[in-house]
Design a protein around this ligand. Structure first.
Ligand SMILES: [Zn+2]
Length: 204
């Protein structure tokens, strides 16, 4: 940082993180911020992963069906390309865990070039471990909002989500590895539940 920030051609931006387990309202919070920015006339780009099958391909859809327009991208390379098309003031990334650790340098490059980036995603896997790249973003962000869901057994704050299986298949039979970045992490109420620390029962 220069001593006199006014002398800088464009000041560095900020990284804001919204993290939590499934059902914690992360996408709703992201959309709330995007709506506010749009009202304020900010040049906003909203990106989602095209793997997120909950969404139609041009919008972020939350569990309660609200949506806002988003550009679907299939990988980090395409994401970086889309961000370069214009000088965006705010870049919002939905379900960032789908992009994997390669997203980290791309986000910090955007921030260094002056954009405010909001990264929203799962920070915990279904078996209770850290889910990169969110923990890295949380460590280096200017602002972190950590949300919890509601335990479906006792109603207390839930920091975990766990898989509850699907008819005709045992949970063991279709358990991917914790770091699998695929559609199995999207899901809805039918395959995952929010759990507090006491009621969380990891698969292994
Ligand atoms: Zn509980």
């Amino acid at each position: 940082m220069p001593l006199n920030p006014v002398a800088s051609p464009r000041q560095a931006g900020r990284l804001n993180v919204i993290a939590g387990p499934m059902f914690s309202g992360k996408s709703e919070e992201l959309m709330r911020r995007v709506r506010r920015a749009k009202i304020a006339g900010v040049n906003v780009l909203v990106l989602s992963h095209s793997l997120d099958t909950r969404s139609d391909l041009s919008a972020i859809t939350t569990h309660d069906g609200i949506n806002i327009p988003a550009v679907p991208v299939g990988d980090v390379e395409s994401l970086a390309e889309v961000t370069r098309a214009e000088d965006y003031e705010l870049v919002a990334i939905d379900e960032a865990q789908f992009f994997g650790p390669d997203l980290v340098p791309v986000v910090f490059d955007l921030v260094e070039r002056g954009a405010t980036v909001i990264v929203e995603g799962l920070c915990v896997t279904f078996d209770g471990g850290p889910f990169e790249p969110m923990p890295t973003f949380m460590a280096e962000a200017e602002d972190v909002l950590k949300l919890t869901a509601v335990c479906t057994i006792c109603g207390r704050d839930a920091v975990f989500h766990q898989r509850v299986g699907t008819p005709g298949l045992s949970v063991e039979a279709w358990e991917p590895s914790a770091t699998d970045i695929d559609a199995s992490h999207v899901g809805g109420l039918e395959s995952y539940v929010a759990r507090c620390r006491e009621h969380f029962a990891p698969p292994h």
